[in-house]
Design a protein around this ligand. Structure first.
Ligand SMILES: Cc1cc2nc3c(=O)[nH]c(=O)nc-3n(C[C@H](O)[C@H](O)[C@H](O)COP(=O)(O)OP(=O)(O)OC[C@H]3O[C@@H](n4cnc5c(N)ncnc54)[C@H](O)[C@@H]3O)c2cc1C
Length: 425
């Protein structure tokens, strides 16, 4: 049984018992190498190339943003409304703390890019309030002690809070807590503010955006993707990138491999404004997580066995009762806060909880970036930026830079590799 099931540390994806010190140290060097790589300016590196982006969630929009900044001519298709799926219905957490050790470098780099974007035209309400993971018993505390060692080796700034310090720093927290581990640099943003800001820059840069316009098929000629077909007819392109989130599996035939992404509901609820919580960080524990909005509301989320696969985005009483009960146990001081609204979205799950990022095996010029397993808002900045490298590695026959390959080498879309044949125009 995994560590996630044995305890109630909601956001601890890392198994501290199975992680080695060597892996943790590698996360630090991967981050340093990635940071050095990302400092290079990409402006003009994709000048004259036509790229179609399929999907207008944060992954597709952020990808379009970085491609546009690199000089590509981008045309984006969205089946529904821009940002209407999970990308506009999430908690806005931009975190590295709590992640599996082999995701830490990428998640840290993405946080840095979010911060950089916030100083270069993209309004996301980005801030770094930190993330406190709260233990409610000695077993959870011992896992946090081990996790602290690994995150420190990985270079992630953390601080262990005693139960008394946790009470002082986290107003309303359970006074019988067993301590909390704080990732002091974790961030958060506002999903729709970010989406709106990205769309504004894309429009200003003459990117073409079609919403309510699903892509029906990828067009192939001579083994190369040459564009897409939609109700607007054929759109020609040099590259097509699939950012269709949980809908990705529908493109398996074109890609020539099983793009196995499963949709599953995830729910959030929001309290009315609560005074006195101005410095409230992102918090998690007891199977729930929570953040504060700028206005002072607390948003509470968490998954559970009641959530089903599929595209149902109604809120359920069962889930909201669970979130209320568990948040009240973690923060008795917030118990009874009135809930003013609730919403749900669809997360995109892969079998090994790693993204699908890389070339489609069956068609040159067809690329995939999806399946972010409920972490796509935080990761989208890095994935958008790295897509410039990915496409250049295909079109210019430049190998994927070592710093990039070190962190995305495991994400090949064909790793589940059930061949499905190919499609032709
Ligand atoms: C309740 C909840 C809380 C979350 N909290 C966080 C969090 O705190 N931090 C975090 O990092 N992540 C969080 N997530 C996860 C995050 O929202 C997702 O990982 C991210 O939004 C995925 O973005 P995406 O663009 O890949 O997918 P989506 O947002 O699902 O977008 C995919 C888009 O592709 C479009 N599409 C599909 N097929 C086609 C087609 N044929 N043609 C054109 N368009 C097509 C769809 O209409 C959709 O708009 C949360 C998710 C939920 C539901």
């Amino acid at each position: 049984m995994s560590v996630v099931l044995e305890n109630r540390l909601t956001m601890l994806s890392m198994d501290p018992l199975a992680t080695t010190e060597e892996e943790s140290a590698r996360a630090a060097s991967d981050y340093a190498n990635l940071t050095a790589h990302l400092a290079a300016d990409t402006a003009g590196t994709m000048a004259g190339q036509r790229v179609v982006v399929v999907g207008g969630g944060v992954i597709g929009l952020m990808t379009a943003l970085y491609l546009t900044r690199a000089g590509a001519q981008v045309e984006l298709f969205e089946a529904q409304s821009l940002g209407a799926a999970a990308s506009g219905r999430n908690a806005g957490g931009i975190y590295a703390f709590g992640r599996a050790i082999d995701e830490v470098a990428l998640a840290r780099a993405s946080m840095d890019l979010w911060e950089d974007l916030s100083t270069r035209g993209i309004d996301s309400h980005f801030q770094r309030p930190g993330h406190a993971m709260i233990a409610l018993n000695d077993h959870e505390r011992s896992l946090l002690d081990l996790a602290e060692r690994h995150y420190a080796l990985a270079g992630l700034p953390t601080r262990m809070l005693s139960p008394e310090e946790a009470v002082a720093m986290l107003p309303g927290v359970n006074p019988d807590n067993a301590g909390a581990l704080m990732g002091t640099t974790d961030g958060q943003g506002y999903p729709f503010t970010a989406v709106t800001s990205i769309i504004a820059e894309l429009r200003a840069a003459d990117a073409i955006i079609h919403d309510h316009c699903p892509v029906q098929s990828v067009i192939e000629r001579g083994g190369h993707a040459r564009g897409v077909r939609s109700e607007r007819g054929v759109t020609e392109a040099d590259h097509v990138i699939l950012c269709a989130g949980p809908w990705l599996a529908g493109f398996s035939e074109s890609a020539g491999c099983n793009l196995a992404v499963r949709p599953r509901r995830s729910q959030l609820m929001v309290t009315e404004r609560i005074a006195g919580l101005e410095n409230f960080p992102f918090v998690s524990g007891n199977r729930v997580y929570a953040r504060r909005t700028h206005a002072g509301n607390i948003m509470v989320g968490g998954g559970g066995p009641w959530e089903q696969d599929g595209y149902n985005v109604t809120s359920s009483y069962e889930a909201l009762s669970f979130l209320g009960k568990h948040m009240s146990e973690l923060f008795p001081g917030l118990a009874g806060a009135p809930i003013i609204r609730a919403f749900a979205g669809t997360v995109e799950l892969t079998a090994d909880h790693l993204p699908l990022f890389g070339p489609a095996p069956a068609m040159a010029g067809l690329w995939i970036s999806a399946g972010y397993n409920g972490h796509g808002f935080g990761l989208c900045a890095a994935m958008g930026r790295l897509t410039v490298d990915l496409i250049r590695s295909g079109s210019d026959s430049v190998p994927l830079p070592a710093a990039v390959n070190a962190v995305v080498g495991e994400f090949g879309p064909d790793r589940f590799n059930v061949k499905q044949g190919n499609s032709h125009e």
